[in-house]
Unconditional design. Structure first.
Length: 228
């Protein structure tokens, strides 16, 4: 299917990269699925050069694997890398939540409440994509409130495979509602300007990701690599 518009040059590569990355992170392209450069070039109305540029960037992130004799395939989620990525994220977000609790203004707290309300609406509608987007915004906003938005940029680089894994946990019955409860605990601590409580609430929230790895892998083994 042809995409709207006809992107050119570096703009084309950037757009193709962003859209493909979104499809990979949300698992719309499933691990092990083949990717055709020719089909993507046709869909976007471009040559294969910007497509190849986007694919190489995705390969650098570990989202696709390139086999010269076989083709390009969506990578499986690297099971061994998940705990370290989650621990790094947890350490960084404990810092942003502490700073946010120290610095949050009334209007910033209202903004966080509105983001949490968007998550409630997405949960009620069973809209996982909208829920995930609001989730990302909630965490990014905490970093911004804390005065270090660049920390969230760093976290995004670290957590790409964690995001793919999280897509498998959100469909679990009650999981989105539980995330909302956990987010509310973080927000309540920020609103109370209680840094220690904010750190504790954020740590508890992110530790759930560590706890769920084994069960999620057992339920969806085809999405994960086989540890060697």
């Amino acid at each position: 299917m042809r995409r709207n518009g006809r992107p050119r040059g570096a703009t084309a590569a950037s757009r193709i990269y962003a859209e493909l990355r979104g499809e990979l992170v949300t698992l719309r392209r499933r691990p092990g699925e083949a990717i055709s450069e020719a089909e993507i070039a046709l869909a976007y109305g471009v040559s294969r050069t910007p497509v190849r540029e986007a694919i190489l960037k995705l390969a650098d992130e570990g989202l696709v694997e390139i086999f010269p004799q076989s083709g390009i395939f969506v990578s499986r989620i690297p099971l061994a890398a998940l705990p370290e990525a989650i621990i790094i994220r947890k350490a960084l977000e404990e810092t942003t939540s502490r700073l946010a609790a120290e610095r949050a203004t009334a209007s910033q707290i209202l903004n966080l409440h509105s983001i949490l309300e968007r998550q409630r609406e997405a949960d009620a509608a069973r809209d996982r994509d909208a829920f995930h987007q609001a989730d990302e915004t909630f965490h990014a906003t905490i970093a911004e409130v804390g005065g270090y938005p660049g920390i969230w940029t760093l976290i995004q680089q670290v957590k790409v495979h964690v995001d793919r894994y999280r897509q498998l946990t959100l469909p679990l019955i009650g999981r989105m509602s539980q995330v909302i409860v956990e987010h509310k605990a973080v927000l309540d601590a920020i609103e109370a300007h209680d840094p220690a409580a904010a750190v504790h609430a954020m740590a508890s929230h992110l530790e759930r990701l560590l706890q769920d790895i084994s069960a999620t892998q057992h339920t969806n083994p085809e999405f994960f690599d086989k540890p060697g």
